[in-house]
Write a protein that binds this ligand. Sequence first.
Ligand SMILES: [Zn+2]
Length: 248
Amino acid sequence: MAREGPKRECRKYQSLDGSGVEGMSGYFISIGRQTAEHILNSCKVALSQGRYTWRHNRVLQELASVISTAKGEIHPSSTISTVFTTEGGVKKWHGGSILINIHRKGLLDGCDDWVVSADLPEWERHPDVIRKTALRPDIVIHSASTQQIIMVELAVPYESRMEEAHAFKEGKYLDLTKELKKDGYEAKVMPVEIGARGFVGSSAYGLLSKLSIGGNKRIKALRLLAETAENSSRWIWSRRNERLLHKD
Ligand SMILES: [Zn+2]
């Protein structure tokens, strides 16, 4: 990922709607997408203060809750659904519809002992086979009887970096997936991106579909994930002028 020099790391920023530059002496004035990206995703001070982790875990909490309901879902019938998307930062429903899930077998079909664990304090801990490794996937869906493990890795990246985030997470879990397969597990990692400004990546849509979460339930879930990310980002954005933030 490209790094800016220290002087460019923390500048003063134009508001998201471009309506003006807020001044504070000692900082550069900069406008445009780069600054929103800095505030929402790349500020090292905000990162060190846990602001991005806080947002990530809020979205993770919702995602884990949605996934934990997947167990009750059975073979979906064909579903026609609109796609949730944004255009120029504005949420809207796509005009077109797409046909999905026709007689497709869900990942969880065929066994009923799935356990969902999440890397969150109040959630079930990951199974031993994962905990003995150095990696801590955000969510693990595990079936002991069929030796299946699905690792879900959530990222809340800036929208222009969704693909990059996806590839990074895939690479990060490649070795662990191979190890698990060697140990006789059917293992896969599924990176999911929910954009910091509320854009839901196709990865989220695909994951829920594969977990047999479809129709209105999927639409509501995707909307919830988008809103959680967006609302959390709004909080981060609203505090962008706190003095401590730009001391790096
Ligand atoms: Zn900063």
